[in-house]
Design a protein around this ligand. Structure first.
Ligand SMILES: [Zn+2]
Length: 209
């Protein structure tokens, strides 16, 4: 089966392309619960869709909040749909700017992470969250079929080489493979990581062992 795939790929001249995936840069963003959304925007409030994202069903909303820390404030978009837990994903630079010491975590792993205040700049309403601020571990989303193609499994840690010529050649170690049928193939890095590799425009990566 795997041999057949390789032969097919060579015949199609698609060897390189099929072995690569897009690397997307996630700017700082916020996921909120329905309760937090209503506390900040009013009862029955819903997120408006500004732009659909690569992961199926996920979108950048038109709603922005201020993330307030002991030393500063940064604005960030809310990504939808609403979730079961609040989560604020910052870069290390962002966290330093607002004076928050946030742990490096996989998305969704917020227990015992850093606190902050979320504020709606339009009406001044605030919600204090006791945990939820993290620095997201870089990761590659893939479907089970992709995982078979790349010969990796959920939770595996891989190295990803950026294949574009950026002038800042870089291999990202400690990259988590996240496999789910609900995902689409894409790697996510934060703005610090993108800047470290001078990533801009459409950039591709490949797994190097
Ligand atoms: Zn992601």
């Amino acid at each position: 089966m795997i041999l057949l795939k390789i032969v097919f790929l060579i015949l199609e001249g698609e060897v390189i392309k099929m072995a690569q995936f897009i690397i997307e840069t996630s700017a700082r963003h916020i996921h909120v619960t329905k309760e937090t959304l209503e506390a900040l925007f009013g009862e029955g409030a819903e997120l408006t869709i500004r732009k659909m994202l690569s992961q199926p069903g996920q979108f950048a909303s038109g709603e922005k909040l201020e993330v307030v820390g002991p030393k500063g404030v940064l604005k960030a978009s809310i990504l939808g749909p609403v979730r079961k837990e609040n989560q604020v994903e910052l870069s290390y630079s962002d966290a330093r700017t607002i004076g928050v010491v946030a742990p490096l975590r996989e998305s969704g792993d917020v227990k015992g992470s850093a606190p902050c205040t979320l504020r709606n700049p339009e009406n001044g309403k605030e919600v204090v969250i006791q945990e939820g601020v993290i620095i997201a571990k870089r990761h590659v989303h893939m479907t089970p079929a992709d995982a078979e193609t790349f010969n990796v499994s959920n939770g595996e840690i891989v190295n990803v080489k950026v294949v574009n010529e950026t002038g800042r050649a870089i291999i990202f170690g400690d990259t988590v493979v996240r496999v789910s049928p609900t995902y689409a193939l894409a790697m996510h890095v934060d703005t610090d990581e993108a800047n470290a590799g001078a990533l801009s425009g459409v950039v591709y990566g490949e797994i190097v062992k």
